[in-house]
Ligand binder design. Structure first.
Ligand SMILES: [Zn+2]
Length: 79
């Protein structure tokens, strides 16, 4: 098993970890990816900021994760 994941996989996990905690192996792989990939790193930061802003506005303003993915990380499209 490789510890390297694709950008698409990393993006999926960044979005998912807002909803539920990742397993320790997933979290470790994501961490490695973010260390190596500046695109996903900046996406993770944006995602965190957006999430924090949305939480302060209430759950009604939750963005669709697919939309957010398109909006913030065009780098991750494709497999
Ligand atoms: Zn990446």
């Amino acid at each position: 098993m490789s510890i390297f994941i694709s950008c698409a996989e990393a993006t999926k996990q960044i979005i998912r970890k807002e909803e539920e905690p990742l397993s320790s192996s997933e979290a470790r792989k994501l961490k490695v990816h973010l260390f190596l990939c500046k695109y996903c790193k900046s996406f993770a930061r944006q995602s965190e900021m957006i999430n924090r802003a949305l939480k302060s506005e209430g759950p009604a303003l939750k963005l669709d994760p697919e939309f957010k993915k398109m909006l913030n990380n065009p780098h991750s499209t494709g497999s």
